[in-house]
Ligand binder design. Structure first.
Ligand SMILES: Cc1cc2nc3c(=O)[nH]c(=O)nc-3n(C[C@H](O)[C@H](O)[C@H](O)COP(=O)(O)O)c2cc1C
Length: 168
C-alpha cells in the first residue's frame, strides 16, 4: 500500500454533498490531473468545464436521468471530447478518472455521471455553449462528502487470470 493506491482504493461514488465550496487550488489541481491523462498520439482531444452557478447546475440536473443530484452539489465538471478524433472516448474516460482521483486526493468526493451515450449529451453541450465539434463524455459533480455508500466489488480471483484463461 502507498499513498496513491490508498487514494484510489478509498474512492467511492458520492451523490450527497455538504454545501462547503471546493477551493480554487483544488479545482485547478484536479483539472491538471485530468489533463495529464494519456491520450492516443498525445492529441488531448478534450475540453473541461467547471460549473458552480446554481441555476446552471439545476438545468444540467434537469436534463439528466440519473444525475438529478447535480442540482444540490457545490460544483460539477463536464468533460467534452473532440468527436473527429478516433480515440476521443478512451482519452476522455482516462481524463475523467484522473479528474476523479485528483479530487479524491484532496478529500473531495465525486460521482461519474454518464454523458456520451445519453440522449441529453447534445442538450448539455448547447446549454454550456460548447462548440459543435465536441460531445459530452462525462459529468462529474463533486464536493465534500455528505453520505458515502460502499459498493461491493467482485472478488479478485473471479476477475483475473495469469498467462492463460482457464475455466475450473
Ligand atoms: C460510465 C459511467 C457512467 C455512470 N453514470 C452514472 C449516472 O448517470 N448516475 C450515477 O448516479 N452514477 C453513475 N455512475 C457511477 C456508478 O454507478 C458507480 O461507479 C458504480 O455503482 C460503482 O460504485 P463506486 O463508484 O462507488 O465504486 C457511472 C459510472 C460510470 C463509470
Amino acid at each position: 500500500m502507498n499513498v496513491i493506491t490508498t487514494v484510489i482504493k478509498s474512492r467511492h461514488s458520492v451523490r450527497k454533498f455538504k454545501s462547503d465550496p471546493v477551493g480554487d487550488l483544488v479545482i485547478a489541481d484536479a483539472l491538471e490531473c485530468a489533463a495529464c491523462a494519456p491520450t492516443a498520439m498525445n492529441i488531448q482531444p478534450w475540453l473541461f468545464g467547471v460549473m458552480k452557478d446554481k441555476m446552471t447546475l439545476s438545468k444540467i440536473a434537469e436534463l439528466t436521468d440519473h444525475g438529478k443530484f447535480i442540482a444540490e452539489c457545490p460544483l460539477c465538471f463536464a468533460v467534452f471530447g473532440e468527436k473527429k478524433q478516433k480515440y476521443y472516448l478512451e482519452d476522455c474516460c482516462a481524463a475523467t478518472e484522473n479528474l476523479i482521483l485528483g479530487l479524491q486526493a484532496h478529500g473531495v468526493s465525486s460521482c461519474w455521471v454518464a454523458g456520451e451515450k445519453k440522449p441529453y449529451a447534445e442538450a448539455v453541450r448547447k446549454l454550456l455553449g460548447v462548440p459543435e465539434g465536441y460531445t459530452l463524455v462525462s459529468l462529474v459533480p463533486a464536493g465534500s462528502p455528505g453520505e458515502i455508500s460502499i459498493t461491493p466489488k467482485k472478488e479478485m480471483k473471479m476477475i483475473t487470470f495469469s498467462d492463460e484463461f482457464k475455466t475450473e
